[in-house]
Structure formats: C-alpha cells, structure tokens
Design a binder for this molecule. Structure first.
Ligand code: FES
Length: 142
C-alpha cells in the first residue's frame, strides 16, 4: 500500500496527541469492524473558537494520521467551521488515502462532530446536526 508523504509525516510525527483534562467537549467514536477507537478533546472559548484540541487514537496508521490532520484543521477555528470538516477534506489535506483506508478518515470527522455535540449539550445548545456512524458505513461516500 502506498501512503503519501503527508500521511507518513502525520503518522510518524502526529500533532496534538494527548488529552485535555478540563475539555469543553469530548468525542469518542469507534469503528466496530476494525475495532479502532478515536477520542478528541476540545477547548472552546466564549466566542466558540477552538483554542486547543488534542486526540488519542487506538487504531491504524491512517486513523492516527487523520486524527492528527483533523486537529490541525480545526484548531483556531470556530465550532461552526469544525462541523463543516468532512472526511474528504481531511483526506485531501493528507494528499490522499488508499480507498480501503478512507473509513479511517470518517472516524476523524465523526470524532470532531461528537466532541462538538458534547460541547453543545454542556452549554444547553440544541444539537442540530447529524453524525455519521462508521459502524454501519464503509465510509465510501464523501
Ligand atoms: Fe480502523 Fe483505520 S483500520 S480506523
């Protein structure tokens, strides 16, 4: 399998690994087929800006690379913008993933959305968006 340099870079040197103890939103998702688990922590300020973002991923190299890239893409942006992050945008930023690994990027999109949903629940804002479920989905759509 051929991985892009960007994927290899984010796999061997992942950004934002760790956890945030007093996170404003935490999202944990898993893929039942491969058994991989991804957890994303968000620190959000009063203007809805994601000031910090960390992840922990128990999963394949592509899952680690996509978590790393997803945290880089949403850090410093608003939660609204984070909700617009699609798995294909993450794949594009990584300069591609082999088709059998696209579902790993779906996990990253879901983890971000789940963390934002957690934040919305905490502050009493209605969760008015849907979260894809990788358990029932191969992640082939974009
Ligand atoms: Fe499961 Fe990559 S193989 S997330």
């Amino acid at each position: 399998m051929i991985y892009s340099e960007k994927v290899m870079d984010h796999f061997t040197n992942p950004r934002n690994v760790g956890e945030i103890e007093d996170a404003d939103g935490v999202g944990m998702v898993g893929n039942a087929k491969c058994g991989d688990i991804m957890k994303i922590y968000l620190k959000i300020d009063e203007n809805d800006i994601i000031t910090d973002c960390k992840f922990k991923t128990f999963g394949c190299g592509a899952a680690i690379a996509t978590s790393s890239m997803a945290t880089e893409l949403i850090k410093g942006h608003s939660v609204e913008e984070a909700l617009k992050l699609t798995n294909s945008a993450v794949v594009e930023a990584l300069e591609g993933l082999p088709p059998v690994k696209v579902h790993c990027s779906v996990l990253a999109e879901e983890a971000v959305k789940t963390a934002v949903a957690d934040y919305y629940k905490k502050i009493g804002r209605p969760v008015d968006f849907e979260i894809e479920n990788a358990e029932h989905d191969e992640g082939v759509e974009d």
